[in-house]
Design a protein around this ligand. Structure first.
Ligand code: UDP
Ligand code: MG
Length: 336
């Protein structure tokens, strides 16, 4: 790109929503106001849109998105056939927006991520970045448990040699070029925070403040958080299996030394002491074996899922311009 030349700037905001009826009206208003301002300041094209992805909500989220789309062509919506999870919702939104947008920004529905940071994201894009990562300034709005577990998770990921950015959630800009590259990745075991940095491209970081949730409660249950963490580890690194191999080798070495020690003791006529020792050793070994099997099983399970290559999500409906519904395939491409 030549210096001072502005890049095409149709921006799509992709907003995953799971049971967000409490916060959605406010979010839609704030996002629409922001988009209007960006258009007036000529930072983004008037063709820009806000795309809500309904991740199988059980409340009124989808009917609200439906009426928003009818009120204004700023809004568009996509609805899953069931709850597939945050990562799939973001991916589906990005893949659907890819056909129309020059850049896509993914942002949560609860307005915790400072929407005013969008200007900085767009500036980085105009400076030639294909990917811009949003990184939170602090974790003050998180509870004690989330702070601790997130800290451990990122430390562990770095220990395993994974290239994940600490405190980067999924507030992120991807250019059309980066989206096209992302579309080539067909994996079912999805962890975008780890996957996207592996694509390379010129990138930058934008720091933003995290606020309290505007309304409603967190949709990330402990179970969903644990799934994200195991998906993250198993999709990015096979080092846990290497650790098991090393552990197995060390235990074997120790056992071999113990065998020699016992044989020498036996020949020198000593009684080999040991009810407690053998109980402790066999319990320890049993525990280690089952734990190791579990880790290997995680990977085998993931291979099983990848081998089946089922669709990562099923889009039930897709609303484009005012009230117009189109058929869409599982990769977010319109068929009609
Ligand atoms: N979300 C989703 N599917 C889910 C869980 C969450 O699309 O199964 C969305 C949710 O609506 C929100 C975003 O993911 O827009 C982040 O969720 P939340 O704010 O509840 O997570 P937290 O900020 O508490 O980590
Ligand atoms: Mg949140």
């Amino acid at each position: 790109m030549k210096q001072n030349e502005t890049r095409s700037n149709i921006m799509y905001l992709v907003v995953p929503c799971y049971n967000e009826e409490e916060v959605l009206p406010h979010t839609a208003q704030v996002m629409q106001d922001k988009l209007n301002r960006l258009i007036q300041e000529k930072k983004v094209s008037y063709k820009s849109k806000i795309m809500f992805v309904n991740d199988g909500s059980k409340d009124k989220t989808w009917s609200m998105i439906h009426s928003l789309c009818q009120q204004s062509s700023f809004f568009s919506g996509l609805s899953f056939s069931r709850n597939y999870g945050h990562q799939s919702a973001i991916l589906a939104g990005m893949m659907a927006a890819r056909a129309h947008a020059d850049m896509v920004v993914t942002i949560d529905a609860d307005l915790q991520q400072d929407i005013e940071a969008l200007d900085k994201f767009i500036a980085c894009y105009q400076n030639g970045c294909e990917i811009v990562y949003g990184v939170r300034n602090d974790r003050n709005t998180d509870g004690f448990f989330k702070k601790i577990t997130a800290g451990i998770f990122y430390k562990f990921m770095h220990l395993l040699g994974c290239n994940v950015m600490s405190n980067h959630a999924d507030y992120r800009l991807l250019s059309k070029r980066a989206l096209d590259a992302l579309a080539e990745y067909k994996e079912v075991n999805l962890f975008l925070r780890g996957l996207i940095p592996t694509m390379g491209f010129q990138s930058d970081v934008v720091y933003f403040d995290v606020k309290e949730r505007e309304a409603g409660t967190s949709k990330y249950t402990l179970q969903k958080m644990m799934k994200l963490a195991t998906d993250g580890i198993t999709s990015m690194s096979t080092r846990p299996i290497q650790i098991i191999t090393i552990m197995g080798f060390l235990v074997s070495l120790f056992s071999f030394c113990m065998i020699i020690y016992c044989i020498i003791d036996w020949f020198s006529g000593k009684n080999v002491p040991g009810y407690t020792t053998s109980l402790v050793v066999s319990l320890l070994m049993g525990g280690l074996t089952i734990f190791s099997l579990g880790i290997v099983g995680e990977y085998v399970g993931k291979i099983y899922l990848e081998a089946k290559a089922r669709p990562r999500y099923i889009v039930e409906s897709f609303i484009w311009k005012e009230g117009e519904e189109e058929e869409i395939d599982s990769d977010g491409n319109t068929c009609g």
